[in-house]
Design a binder for this molecule. Structure first.
Ligand code: C5P
Length: 295
């Protein structure tokens, strides 16, 4: 029996624009994705003598069968490599689900990467990325992590200069938002404000959070905030407490605030903790240069 434990990071979107729709209904995106330190732990066991796929998790609300992206990842890996073995996966979830943080996608990426390591690297990174894209639009990014411009449906990756070690706060309200729902609503009511990516990139290089705020946008905010106006108040709270930039991540509902200094972030965290309604969750984090780490 061989085993491996990975840390699988959540992501935030530092921008998100919709450039069009594919015939299959998927949306063409231009989005800057960024790994953050909020992470799940993924334990993997490979039994060369055994067979079958067992998935367990510490969160009773997530499915443990083929609907789970980690399960899909293991199945696809075994099918693609022809490896015959028993696989056990245990997910220790910390990333909230239906949150816009790619929690399911990062677990899938960890399973692909981890199984490949355990099996002696039968697949190249390119092959892993191909499998990842079949599991979900955010899985390729989660496999590489860091700071990446994602286009296509999110699977075409262009690495950007690292934007690591920036302190942030994530606030997850007590409701979830389904990604298909958000994209559907967006089609009915497209946004008027779009990110200016060239301005955003130069602001990111200068680490000028205020200029980033000016340049960026997440076009899905228009639908999510319309359905849940509290999201706008949460963003405003973060700015009032000193965040240089605040935005919704992905299709939401998580909103995040970026801070210049760790001390500012910690003060804002303490203040927010007192004010948030019951059921809301708050996380202190930093941006990271990688999405997966073997621990
Ligand atoms: O690929 P993933 O399973 O994460 O996507 C979930 C859903 O989000 C898709 O079924 C689709 O409705 C929507 N989506 C989209 N365009 C994208 C990514 C996701 O329309 N680029």
């Amino acid at each position: 029996m061989q085993s491996l434990t990975l840390e699988a990071c959540a992501k935030i979107n530092l921008s998100l624009d919709v450039a069009g729709t594919r015939p299959d209904g998927y949306h063409l995106l231009t989005t800057v994705m960024q790994s953050v330190s909020l992470s799940d732990r993924v334990y993997l066991e490979l039994d060369r003598q055994g067979n079958g796929l067992i998935l367990l998790a510490n969160d009773p609300s997530i499915p443990l069968d083929e609907r789970n992206t980690a399960h899909k990842a293991a199945r696809r890996f075994l099918d693609a490599t022809g490896v015959s073995a028993g696989v056990r996966i245990f997910l220790e979830k910390a990333i909230p689900t239906e949150a816009g943080l790619a929690g399911g996608s990062t677990d899938a990426a960890a399973v692909l990467y981890g199984l490949n390591e355990l099996c002696g690297k039968p697949l190249s990174m390119e092959q892993l990325l191909e499998l990842a894209a079949k599991i979900g639009a955010d899985v390729p990014f989660c496999l590489t992590g860091g700071t990446v411009l994602c286009t296509g449906i999110g699977e075409i990756l262009t690495p950007l200069e690292a934007f690591a070690r920036v302190p942030l706060i994530l606030v997850k309200p007590d409701f979830g938002i389904s990604t298909p729902w958000a994209f559907q609503r967006y089609d009915e009511n497209p946004a008027a404000i779009h990110p200016n990516h060239s301005k955003l990139f130069s602001a990111m290089q200068r680490r000028d959070l205020l200029a980033m705020q000016e340049a960026t946008a997440n076009v899905l905010e228009s639908v999510s905030i319309k359905a849940h106006p509290i999201l706008d108040s949460l963003k405003q709270h973060l700015v009032d407490l000193g965040a240089g930039m605040a935005l919704m991540s992905g299709s939401g509902p998580t909103v995040f605030g970026l801070f210049r200094e760790t001390a500012h972030r910690d003060r804002a965290y303490a203040a927010l903790e007192q004010r948030l309604p019951d059921g809301y969750r708050i996380f202190s984090a930093t941006t990271r240069g990688q999405g997966l780490r073997i621990i």
